[in-house]
Design a protein around this ligand. Structure first.
Ligand code: HAM
Length: 431
């Protein structure tokens, strides 16, 4: 039995799964760059206070999910999300001076102490995007369009876009009052969490997963019906832009999001293939956050994708998944031939091929079995006779085709026999 195991809610990504992660990450880099986004890397450790202020003391994330500890008299946290850290970096480095609109993305681990289940972990990964300095509803629509293009390129199944507006500091307080009035007489029938939400942040009751509570809330007043004129106009324009681009969405009046910084647009993309943790991503507008964290009044919009959930959904047969296995496995028959393998491997690796061989001289059959197990595309077999003629045999493992090749022509013939793969790669590079 293993002495140690990965902690509950954390997991190892094993080599067999890594091609999916690479694809999800490289597609994000490619597509986001086309929209003018640049990568930022912020620390995993931040001041506790950044999240208390940024994400909100009353949010579940800060209230009960953060990993918090103290060192050297400083209270810090493992980041549970990266919008607040990006905004901190934006302010700290005056990034708005470089350009009026700052477009950033990040990829990395986040930490939340939650009850682990399929698609929900304590250490998970996000790919996130933040646009700072743009108020226009066009930003909301274009950024949503960008992430849908990304998800489409990964061929994720069963996606649906849900949209709402959560109002702003002008229309939310009167709405809050209306909601409190509705909830007051029903409190004894609502769960303990909802009773706490009633005190701290009543909009959160819409996050409740308890079925009886959901029924109780079915007739509750909805924020979209209480928006002030500027918020209503913003929402109408976002919807107009999405319609213009032919993007389908559902209005989701009870979508409130679990973080306090949102104003106006809130959205999520779900997949029907995910089970109960069905949100592939979530985001929205956070126009007050930069100011709340000590910067100048600056609008913001962004989202974060749950990378584990994306990886679960990428189809097995996605054409752009990196193929596993090596290009060539070298097989030496007899001491002298086996002794030539290191030099041949060097040449072939120098030519850009992945190459493995056995360090110990083993029987031919055992070397061939290893070539198979490693998923080698070609076996290069060097026997005594071939070696004497400065030649070798190249065998294509998929169909068993083989030919004798002079070592002088090795690079050219290897390229020919692996051509299929090379063409696939060229297509991926867009050449
Ligand atoms: P969030 O909705 O808390 O938003 O998280 C975004 C996504 O991260 C979720 O939709 C889900 O896919 C994934 N996720 C969240 N928690 C877990 C977990 N425990 N295990 C696995 N995946 C998880 C934010 O974090 C905001 N910072 C998004 C944002 C960026 N808003 C504006 N800019």
């Amino acid at each position: 039995m293993a002495l140690f195991r990965a902690l509950r809610g954390t997991r190892d990504v094993l080599p067999g799964e890594v091609p999916r992660w690479h694809l999800a990450e490289s597609r994000a880099r490619e597509i986001f760059a086309r929209y003018g986004f640049r990568e930022i890397r912020t620390p995993i450790l931040e001041a506790y206070e950044l999240f208390a202020r940024g994400v909100g003391e009353s949010s579940d994330i800060v209230h009960k999910q953060m990993y918090v500890f103290e060192r050297g008299g400083e209270r810090m946290a493992l980041r549970p999300e990266t919008t607040a850290p990006v905004v901190r970096a934006f302010i700290e480095h005056s990034l708005q001076h470089a350009s009026p609109t700052v477009r950033l993305y990040y990829i990395g681990p986040q930490f939340r102490y939650e009850r682990p289940q399929r698609g929900r972990q304590r250490q998970f990964h996000q790919i996130g995007v933040e646009v700072l300095g743009e108020e226009s509803p066009r930003v909301d629509a274009e950024t949503i369009a960008m992430v849908l293009e990304y998800l489409d390129s990964l061929q994720l199944p069963g996606l649906a876009l849900h949209l709402n507006s959560v109002g702003d500091p002008v229309c939310r307080p009167p709405y809050r009052e209306a909601l409190l009035q509705y909830l007051g007489p029903r409190l004894s029938r609502l769960c303990g969490d909802c009773n706490r939400r009633y005190e701290e942040n009543p909009l959160r009751v819409f996050d409740c997963k308890v079925e009886a509570d959901r029924l109780e809330l079915a007739e509750a007043p909805r924020i979209v019906d209480h928006l002030c004129d500027p918020c209503r106009k913003h929402l109408a324009e976002v919807r107009g832009c999405l319609d213009e681009m032919g993007i389908r969405y559902e209005m989701a009046p009870s979508l409130v999001r679990g973080l306090d910084y949102y104003v106006r647009t809130a959205f999520e993309v779900t997949s029907s293939e995910l089970g109960s943790q069905d949100a592939v991503l979530g985001g929205g507008r956070y126009d007050g956050l930069v100011r709340d964290l000590g910067g100048a009044e600056t609008p913001g919009f962004g989202f974060a994708i749950g990378l584990e959930r994306v990886v679960l959904l990428i189809p097995e047969d996605h054409a752009d998944l990196e193929r596993e296995g090596v290009d060539l496995f070298l097989v030496g028959v007899g001491e002298a031939a086996h002794g030539r393998l290191p030099e041949l491997a060097r040449r072939l690796r120098g030519g850009g091929y992945s190459v493995l061989y056995d360090y110990e001289l083993r029987p031919l059959g055992s070397q061939m079995r290893r070539a198979n197990r490693l998923g080698a595309r070609l076996a290069l077999i060097l026997g005594e006779e071939e070696r004497a003629r400065e030649a070798c045999v190249l065998k294509r493992m998929a169909d068993g085709y083989q030919e004798e090749v002079s070592l002088q022509d090795l690079m050219v013939r290897t390229a020919d026999l692996l051509q299929h793969r090379k063409e696939g790669e060229r297509r991926k590079d867009g050449a």
